[in-house]
Design a protein around this ligand. Structure first.
Ligand code: ADE
Length: 228
């Protein structure tokens, strides 16, 4: 795994990682700006995909089709919906689900996608490497739920935690997982907690976006050190 695609939804998330790498080349595909970076023996291709599942899916497919990457990592922030996670903790997904995918009128379980499934597993080798990283006991491994909603209502967060046993919510990870699954590309999602749905967590999000982005970036660097 020497050529690594790294997808961020927002500029702040991208910049927290760009600061830590040496950019050797920049190029554009359509509206997307790609930053080819060197880290030790690895080449990382960083890109800001924009917010939401469609942007994330489209960017993943562009990386896979054009840039000969061996693996995709998705790095950024998320809203905590479990009592086990706190602001600025890191959550590594072992699997992802789309909490807003709903074909229940046709007898599918909530979140189930025909020909794909309900949960999509991250690459086992990457999850194992991530599980060996310890930053002050602030790392959790579990389910991440994605949907095209910035979750603010506490009840909605509770419901997503209850229905999918998810630790946090965000808006891209499961779409990237779906594309990687369909194209047979290994992937991992790494998020740090910026807020927790409580009615006004859009304020907390703004306050902690930079700090939690840095936590996720630090974790990513530790993971890059371990990937063979
Ligand atoms: N990303 C960060 N916080 C989030 C939230 N509360 N809902 C969805 N995506 C998020």
């Amino acid at each position: 795994m020497n050529r690594i695609g790294i997808i961020f939804a927002m500029k702040e998330e991208l910049e927290a990682t760009l600061e830590k790498l040496e950019v050797i080349n920049e190029f554009k595909i359509f509206d997307l700006d790609f930053f080819e970076c060197k880290y030790k023996d690895k080449t990382c291709v960083l890109v800001e995909c924009g917010i939401g599942k469609v942007n994330a899916a489209r960017c993943s497919q562009i990386l896979i089709d054009n840039l000969e990457i061996d693996v995709i990592l998705n790095v950024g922030v998320a809203g905590g919906i479990s009592s086990f996670v706190n602001i600025c903790d890191v959550v590594v997904a072992d699997k992802l689900v789309q909490h807003d995918f709903d074909l229940r009128p046709f007898d599918y379980e909530r979140g189930f996608i025909p020909k794909v499934g309900k949960y999509i597993n991250c690459d086992e080798y990457l999850v194992k490497l991530a599980s060996e990283i310890n930053i002050d006991n602030k790392i959790s491994i579990g389910t991440i739920a994605s949907g095209d909603i910035f979750v603010t209502e506490e009840m909605m967060g509770k419901k997503i935690n209850d229905k999918f046993s998810a630790l946090c919510v965000e808006m891209e990870g499961a779409a990237i997982a779906q594309i990687c699954y369909l194209s047979n590309v290994p992937f991992l999602v790494i998020r740090s907690i910026s807020d927790s749905p409580n009615g006004n967590n859009n304020i907390t999000f703004d306050e902690f976006l930079d700090q939690s982005s840095k936590m996720a970036a630090n974790f990513l660097i530790q993971l890059l050190n371990k990937i063979n």
